[in-house]
Ligand binder design. Structure first.
Ligand code: 13P
Length: 287
C-alpha cells in the first residue's frame, strides 16, 4: 500500500540520512526503482512530473500500475507516489487519482500567492493523510543565457511556508535540474544552514540530485536535507546502456529486438544507479 512520505522523511531527518525520490517514466522505470528499494530495504519516493504523468497515460494509469506492482512484486518497503513540481490544478488531479504525496511548486508566484495556495493544499492533504512538499526560491543570477547559481531561497520565506504545516520543504540553494554547467559554483551551504536553523525539524528537499558531488550531498544531509530528487542520472544511465546494446548489434541477433531484451540493459542500469544513490544517501536498511 502506498504511504505518505511524512513518516519516512521525519525518520530520515532524525537519523541524518536522506530518502531518494526517483522520477519514473514508464513501466520499466517503476519496476526498477521498486525492486531496488525492496532489495536494499530502503524507503523510496516515486516522482511523477506532470509531463511524465501525461506521457504514461494519466495519473490514474500510474496509480493503477504502481499499486499493482506493490502487490504482485511483494514490495513491503515504504513507498510514496509523489507529484513532482505540481501546479495547483495538477495537485488536485493527483489527490483525486490516489497519489500519496504531492508537491505544489508555487515558487514562481509572488510569496503571498504561494502562501495562499499552499495553505489551501495543506488543508486538503492533511484531511486525506497525504504529504505535501512546498517550494521556495527564486531563479538566481543569469548571465549570457547561462544560469550561474540556480535558485537561492530567502530563509525567512522558507520559514513562512514551513509554518503553514507542509510536510517537507524544497528550497533552492544553487541546485538546478539536469547536468550542472562547468562553471557551477556549488551548493550554498550558508543559506541551507540558515534555512535549517529557522525551520527546525522540517525535512528539507534537495532537487537536481544529478551531478552533485558526493561530499556536497553528504554535507547537505548533515544540514537537514532528508529527501533528494534524482531524475536525469537514471535517464543518462538508461540511454547509455540502450545505446551500447544497439551499437553492439544485439538487437539484430536472434530475438534481440524483443522489447523485453532490448530494454533489459537500460533497466539494469537504472537499478544500479538507484542502488548507488540509496547507498550514498544512507537509506539502505532504513525501511
Ligand atoms: P535531476 O534531473 O537534476 O536529477 O533533478 C531531479 C529533480 O529535482 C526532480 O524534481
Amino acid at each position: 500500500m502506498l504511504v505518505s512520505a511524512k513518516e519516512m522523511l521525519n525518520k530520515a531527518k532524525a537519523g541524518k540520512y536522506a530518502v531518494g525520490q526517483f522520477n519514473i517514466n514508464n513501466l520499466e522505470w517503476t519496476k526498477a526503482v521498486l525492486l531496488t528499494a525492496q532489495e536494499n530495504a530502503s524507503p523510496v519516493i516515486l516522482g511523477v512530473s506532470e509531463g511524465a504523468g501525461k506521457y504514461m497515460g494519466g495519473y490514474k494509469t500510474i496509480v493503477g500500475m504502481v499499486n499493482g506492482m506493490l502487490e504482485e512484486l511483494n514490495i513491503t518497503v515504504p513507498v510514496a507516489l509523489h507529484l513532482d513540481h505540481g501546479s495547483y490544478e495538477g495537485a488536485k488531479k493527483c489527490i483525486e487519482a490516489g497519489f500519496s504525496s504531492i508537491m505544489f511548486d508555487g515558487s514562481h508566484y509572488p510569496i503571498e500567492e504561494n502562501i495562499e495556495k499552499t495553505k489551501e493544499l495543506v488543508a486538503i492533504c492533511n484531511q486525506k493523510g497525504l504529504s505535501l512538499e512546498a517550494e521556495v526560491g527564486s531563479i538566481g543570477g543569469e548571465e549570457d543565457g547561462v544560469i550561474g547559481a540556480g535558485e537561492v531561497a530567502d530563509p525567512n520565506e522558507c520559514k513562512m511556508i514551513a509554518d503553514l504545516g507542509v510536510t517537507m520543504l524544497a528550497a533552492g540553494i544553487g541546485n538546478i535540474h539536469g547536468k550542472y554547467p562547468a562553471n557551477w559554483t556549488g551548493l550554498n551551504f550558508d543559506v541551507l544552514a540558515k534555512i535549517q536553523e529557522l525551520t527546525g525539524t522540517m525535512p528539507l528537499v534537495l532537487h537536481g540530485g544529478t551531478g552533485i558531488p558526493e561530499d556536497m550531498i553528504k554535507k547537505a544531509i548533515s544540514l537537514g536535507v532528508s529527501k533528494i530528487n534524482v531524475n536525469t542520472e537514471c535517464q543518462l544511465a538508461f540511454a547509455a546502456a540502450t545505446r551500447k546494446y544497439i551499437e553492439e548489434g544485439k538487437d539484430l541477433q536472434g530475438k534481440g529486438f524483443d522489447p523485453r531484451k532490448l530494454l533489459a540493459p537500460g533497466f539494469e542500469a537504472i537499478k544500479a544507479t538507484v542502488k548507488e544513490k540509496m547507498e550514498l544517501f544512507g537509506s539502505v536498511n532504513k525501511a
